[in-house]
Write a protein that binds this ligand. Sequence first.
Ligand SMILES: [Zn+2]
Length: 277
Amino acid sequence: MSKKSPERTPPESLHLPRVGVETHAHLDSREFRDDLPQVLDRAAASGIAAMGQVFLGPEAYQANQALFDSHPEVFFLLGVHPTDADKFTDATLAAMDAAFASDARIKAMGEIGLDSYWKDVPPETQHRIFRAQLALARERDLRVVVHSRDAFAETLAVLDDMGFKDRPLLWHCFGGDEAIARELLSRGWLLSIPGPVTYSKNVELARAVAAVDMDRLVVETDCPYLTPEPWRGKRNEPALAVFTAARIAQLKGLSVEDAWRHMGQTAAKFFGLELPK
Ligand SMILES: [Zn+2]
């Protein structure tokens, strides 16, 4: 007897108009080396009008930005992740500065922040590199996309100390509860919601999303990680953001299409993107 794998809904079958924005993808990772064109095609066919490709530092940017030369729907983020902070030098900052000055596809600095989950880089180093990048973001007046893992209070303290209240800032991969969401919203920032909101055990995150003003929410995959239901267990990719959006729509009492369009417009405004109406 052959074992049949369960049927999974393809993302195209939600029939969403091409007005959505996926704010956070790692399309230069090895998981996409063999089928990037198909991945980008599926994203378009599933309703994604623009997606943010995150380069984890200037070397990754220089090595891989040409992959997206014929894909104007892909915009860029550039920043050194806290778990790479020990490799950060003055030359890194100079290369980032040059990239921001010369490439209009780079729309934000990120992901930058603090990470206490992975213990490889000492907290002092992470703090120093986070602050160095925030200083450049202030100087160049850049949008910032924050990574914070098991380091909520410390991340917030640095951002408050560096004067980021009411500056354009997006909290990537939001996974907190309602109280944490309110702390971020009170500073004028956006929350980017990833796939785990579709997991039935994430009750606190669902409650937080239900409580947040729709104007402050955007959607992301963080692919190839954090795959939403019903594709959990498989590689994540931008097209699957539609399932995360569907869960957000359910929590907000909206149609999937309305939530999709609304979050697409919010993301486009934040990143300064031109989307089809
Ligand atoms: Zn990421």
